[in-house]
Design a protein around this ligand. Structure first.
Ligand code: MN
Length: 448
């Protein structure tokens, strides 16, 4: 299934909103993206003031749409992702694809409607690009998402966190070479989700995406660089990460909605641009619901798996919106003995090193409802007995309050499960008996 097929399906399911007003790539599109908040529709900006190309945004902005894209029941989502991480399948390489319909003769990034998002951002940034690269000896391939700052008509600055692509770039540098990359924009959500997945170095996330897509992913080799792109991507930029040239990248708003600092980062020279004839450009709002889900959801899987090893059942995990889908987790568990809650917290912190605050609750609490979670803390939690604080642990530098050099932070866990030592009835959520008739009336009144 291509991105286009998925968008058609979402249009049918009324998950789609056409924006027909003339809007600018500078602040206006990002303003509208932010205005919808969580659970917003896919936004299709059909008329731009400063471009003939259309912009699509918020494609993977809800859990519902992510499940639809992977064709999986919400209960099976984590299992499905875990399976794909462990059963990567090489996709077939095709000679041609729709991404090759137009090959630009002259590179000019200003012809692409790259968005400027926040007031003090350094300029336009590509935020939905998945980057494929090979090691110099060709033995390792990697796919990952990186922000890219537009510097001029054919140069970008790339933020390389010291992870897999950084390692490949260092390998190329040692061999005295630039690292060749393909930046694919406008790809199926499964590819974005695979590229954000915490699989080990050496696993090609394209193979994970292909597993998620039931072996239907097709790639093509790029023409100007030794890197690959989905045959039906909307747009691909072929480039080289310079071994020598660095610039100050940023400031830029990242997942927490605060400005990340300027750092010396490598420069990418864009040497080729290919796209579908009527391509759409994919926007992705930093710190928006989609950003949080794509980054957070794979880590919910890690927490779910890790906590499942210390308690009999994990009902749900939510890296919550207020915690930017990254720093706060709520986990609903079945506990067998008092103390299980704390072990669950330790397992969660071990599974997701950036996690700062976590709460465990019983299965009668909806982890996606902040008020219910607060209710559990209000009625089932005693700070003196149920709180754990871990000082000077490694956290995330994305958290402004953590040490910005080392990431050192204090972590806190709430065990808000019912204590077994006290009478069970005291902790029951009171119910009001309801007939089918009164339930129906309530639904009708709610719908008004
Ligand atoms: Mn990787």
């Amino acid at each position: 299934m291509s991105l286009q097929d998925f968008l058609k399906q979402m249009e049918k399911e009324k998950e789609f909103l056409h924006v027909k007003d003339h809007v600018s790539t500078v602040f206006e599109i990002s303003h509208l993206m932010k205005a919808f908040g969580d659970n917003g529709p896919i936004l299709f900006f059909e008329k731009l003031k400063d471009s003939n190309v259309r912009v699509i945004a918020n494609i993977s902005g809800t859990r519902k749409r992510i499940c639809a894209a992977l064709n999986v029941h919400p209960d099976q989502l984590y299992r499905r992702l875990l399976w794909a991480w462990r059963s990567p399948k090489k996709p077939k390489i095709k000679a041609d694809g729709t991404v090759k319909e137009v090959s630009e003769k002259k590179i000019d990034l200003s012809k692409i409607p790259i968005l400027t998002h926040f007031e003090r951002d350094a300029g336009p940034y590509i935020t939905s690009g998945v980057i494929h690269a090979r090691s110099v000896d060709g033995s390792i391939e990697n796919l990952s998402v990186h922000r890219l700052q537009v510097l001029d008509k054919n140069h970008l600055a790339i933020r390389l966190v010291p992870r897999h692509l950084f390692k490949l770039w260092n390998g190329a540098k040692r061999a005295g070479k630039d690292l060749e990359i393909a930046i694919s924009i406008g790809v199926h959500p499964a590819i974005l989700l695979a590229a954000s997945s915490p699989v080990p170095f050496g696993v090609n996330e394209f193979d994970v995406a292909n597993a998620l897509l039931n072996n239907h992913l097709r790639l093509i080799h790029c023409e100007n660089v030794d890197a690959d792109t989905p045959a039906d991507a909307e747009l691909v930029l072929e480039g080289r990460i310079s071994a020598a040239k660095e610039v100050f990248e940023g400031p830029f708003v990242d997942i927490t909605g605060t400005y990340d600092v300027q750092r010396k980062q490598p420069v990418v020279e864009v040497v080729g641009v290919m796209h579908r004839r009527d391509y759409v450009y994919e926007g992705l709002l930093p710190s928006g619901a989609e950003h949080r889900l794509l980054m957070g959801l794979p880590h919910e899987v890690l927490i779910w798996e890790s906590v499942s090893k210390v308690v009999p059942k994990v009902y749900a995990v939510n890296l919550s919106a207020g915690g930017n889908g990254w720093l706060h987790a709520v986990i609903a568990i079945e506990k067998q003995l008092d103390g299980d809650g704390k072990n669950a917290l330790l397992a969660a912190f071990a599974a997701h090193p950036s996690l700062k605050h976590a709460a465990v609750v019983d299965s009668d609490i909806n982890v996606f409802d902040a008020s219910e979670v607060e209710w559990a803390i209000a009625t089932r939690f005693q700070a003196k007995e149920d709180l754990i604080i871990i000082e000077n642990a490694r956290g995330s530098t994305l958290d402004s309050s953590a040490d910005q050099e080392t990431g050192l932070t204090s972590k806190m866990g709430f065990d808000a499960t019912r204590p077994f030592t006290k009478p069970r009835e005291k902790f029951e959520k009171a119910k009001i008996p309801a007939s089918k008739r009164i339930e129906k009336i309530a639904r009708e009144l709610e719908a008004v």
